[in-house]
Design a protein around this ligand. Sequence first.
Ligand SMILES: *[C@@H]1O[C@H](CO)[C@@H](O)[C@H](O)[C@H]1NC(C)=O
Ligand SMILES: *[C@@H]1O[C@H](CO)[C@@H](O)[C@H](O)[C@H]1NC(C)=O
Length: 135
Amino acid sequence: MTTWINRFLFLALAWSFISAVTAFEEHDNHLAVVHIINSLPNNSEPVSVECISRDRKDGPGEYTLKVGEDFQWDVTLNTLYYCTALWGRVFASWHAFQPRRDVSHGKVYWQIRQDGFFLSWDNSSWVKREMWETE
Ligand SMILES: *[C@@H]1O[C@H](CO)[C@@H](O)[C@H](O)[C@H]1NC(C)=O
Ligand SMILES: *[C@@H]1O[C@H](CO)[C@@H](O)[C@H](O)[C@H]1NC(C)=O
C-alpha cells in the first residue's frame, strides 16, 4: 500500500516538475519574431497560411492574409516551424523558422509573392527560397 502511495506521490511530483519546465519553455522564451507579408499583386485573393512547430506544440494556427497584410508571431520553442499556404489553386509549404538559420537574427521576414517565397532578416534584402506548387 505504501508503495502505491509513494509511487503516486512521485508521479505527481514528476508531473508538476515537467509542467513547470514546459510552461517555462513555451511562455518565457522569445527566440524570434516571424513576419509573413502578403506581397501579391493588388486585387489578388487572400492567402490562407497555417504555421506550426514540428512537434505540433506551438504555432499561431491558421490565418487569412489580404494583400499588404503582415502576420507575425513569436517563436518560443527552439525547433523547426513550417508553414503551408493556399492561394486559389496553388499551394506551398516552407520552413518559416529554422533554429540554426534564423535564431541569431531575432527577426525573420517572409514575403509571399506571385513568383514565390522570399526570406529576409532585415525586411530589406530578399532571397527567394520557395516556389508555389500546382499539384
Ligand atoms: C496597390 O495598392 C496600393 C494601395 O491601394 C497602392 O498604393 C499601390 O500603388 C498599388 N500598387 C499597384 C502596383 O497598383
Ligand atoms: C518592412 O518594410 C516595409 C517597406 O519598407 C514597411 O512598410 C514595413 O512597415 C516594414 N515592416 C516591419 C515590421 O518593419
